[in-house]
Design a protein. Structure first.
Length: 229
């Protein structure tokens, strides 16, 4: 068992050759650590493999928290699973918990607070633009995810405001198709396009089209009417 007290910021490496940048009490083989029984946060193999690329590229930047009371891992469940899966050593720190209830509160809070956060895609895209594409895996981002983020950022917000304006009124005419080719043509003709909902963050094909956009699209595609006919 490799011991390193929390008195120095000098970088060291685990016996596996992974750099350790965080303060820690010990560096131990992961198979010696006990995961908290019944921890509801599960990490799939695909996620653990992605985490491994981050650790190999960035080193250990935080340590797992082990309870002196029970000896179980309270925080860092995923990083310990990653290390156990790959036969690695992991930096740990010990914390004093007075009861199992304290352990449970800290474990659940650590999981839930991260889960409740929301991404600002524009801010994320700006940050990722400063990272070389070759280093994206060290940020736990794939090139496909980056491309999707850029593509989604170009999709406009829905044009319907939540608050009505003076004399505002909505009405509609329902036009439906009976086959895929007609529907594809109708989308082009009427200006149907992907939109981001004003009620939630979902993106999909907009089915409600402002009349002004409908007229504009009809005029732009009027020559295709005779061809389709």
């Amino acid at each position: 068992m490799h011991t390193a007290q929390n008195t120095s910021s000098h970088e060291i490496s685990t016996p596996d050759g992974i750099r350790v940048h965080c303060l820690h009490a010990e560096i131990v083989p992961a198979d010696q650590l006990k995961l908290f029984p019944g921890n509801y946060r599960k990490h799939k193999a695909k996620q653990l493999d992605r985490m491994l690329k981050v650790v190999n590229g960035n080193g250990w930047r935080r340590c797992a928290v082990v309870s002196k009371l029970s000896g179980y891992v309270i925080k860092g469940n995923g990083m310990v699973q990653l290390a156990q899966r790959n036969g690695l050593h992991v930096p740990i720190e010990y914390q004093d918990y007075k009861s199992r209830a304290e352990e449970l509160r800290d474990l659940v809070a650590d999981n839930k607070l991260a889960e409740l956060a929301e991404d600002d895609d524009d801010a994320l895209k700006k940050l990722l633009s400063e990272i070389d594409v070759a280093d994206l895996e060290c940020a736990a981002v794939t090139s496909e995810e980056l491309e999707a983020l850029i593509r989604d950022a170009e999709i406009p917000e829905a044009e319907f405001p939540i608050t009505a304006k003076l004399h505002e009124r909505y009405d509609y005419v329902l036009v439906f198709t009976t086959n895929e080719s007609d529907f594809a043509f109708l989308q082009t003709l009427t200006g149907v396009e992907p939109e981001r909902s004003y009620k939630k963050s979902g993106i999909g094909i907009g089915r409600a089209i402002p009349f002004t956009r409908f007229l504009k699209s009809i005029r732009e595609n009027r020559h295709s009417l005779d061809v389709q006919g």
